[in-house]
Design a protein around this ligand. Structure first.
Ligand SMILES: [Ca+2]
Ligand SMILES: [Ca+2]
Length: 84
């Protein structure tokens, strides 16, 4: 009986850990969407240098533009949020 309680407790804590980590990446995606919606003035789903506004600045832009094409795509914004 005691073992069953321990097993249940273990399963619940594993479950909660899983939820927490998947929620974290979901947050980054949601935040990236928000940033895109707010900053993407020409609706091409990426941020160009002329669209930089808070919370982005030129320094974070250059750092986040990992393929150096001059645009921040959603994946690059997600990576930036997750790296903070
Ligand atoms: Ca744009
Ligand atoms: Ca890019």
């Amino acid at each position: 009986m005691h073992n069953l309680v321990m097993l249940l407790a273990l399963l619940i804590s594993l479950f909660l850990t899983n939820c927490a980590s998947s929620r974290a990446s979901g947050d980054a995606e949601a935040r990236a969407d928000q940033i895109l919606q707010k900053l993407d003035e020409n609706n091409d789903s990426k941020i160009s240098k002329s669209e930089i506004k808070f919370p982005l600045n030129e320094k974070t832009f250059d750092k986040s533009d990992t393929n150096a094409d001059g645009y921040l795509e959603k994946a690059e914004i997600v990576a930036y949020i997750e790296s903070r």
